[in-house]
Design a protein around this ligand. Sequence first.
Ligand code: SF4
Length: 240
Amino acid sequence: MKNYNIKADIHSFESFAALDGDGIRYGVFFTGCPLRCVYCHNPDTWKNSGREMSAEEIYKKVRRYKPYFKDKGGVTFTGGEPLLNADFICECASLLKNDGINYAVDTSGCVELSESVKKAVSDAELIILDLKFPNENSYKKYTGGDFEKFRNFALFCSESAKRLWLRTVIVPGINDSEEKLSEYAKFAKTLKFEKYELLGFHTMGFFKYEKLGIENPLNQTAPLEEEKLKELQKYLNTLI
Ligand code: SF4
């Protein structure tokens, strides 16, 4: 019998998560993230929680929800950056697969393409990839990350993921214009993807910055209006 020795620091779980993937999802939120996106609504995932778990422990929690997954549902690994724990995800994946449960990975994509990252991506039913900013300067400025690293990852997903969704958070005053969207579309068109969805910036995570005593770089920014989001999505759809 295989031993599942790797442990990962887990922030939280969310049962019946309807957003991140198809059907009913069970969300596993990892701690740790290489980025510091200005619009992050989960800064509480940046540091370890101290709750270390094994793949078997995760699987035991997940399997209770199996009856709800039906055909499409399953597990979504998210965070933080789940692929910082790619070996661990691969261990979870073998347990889930034996039980006929699929998994999705919701990632920033700003990670090294190690063998375990490649495996975690290739075996996933779905990769949900944040296309945060479409060029080196804005990527660096608003996330602190390396655009080349992201681009390599995105190209790998385009070739090797079973299915790929792209997502971009639209922030008033930063990327909420048709001109900016044209740049995103240009980059997106270098990839093979199934769906490209815009998400509106919101302020629901602001209280976390206060609680953690972390400076919130967008504390003067209002949420993106629903109508504006719809308009921009419509425009983007004409470009891709
Ligand atoms: S990648 Fe996600 S968790 Fe990390 S800083 Fe950006 S928004 Fe926050």
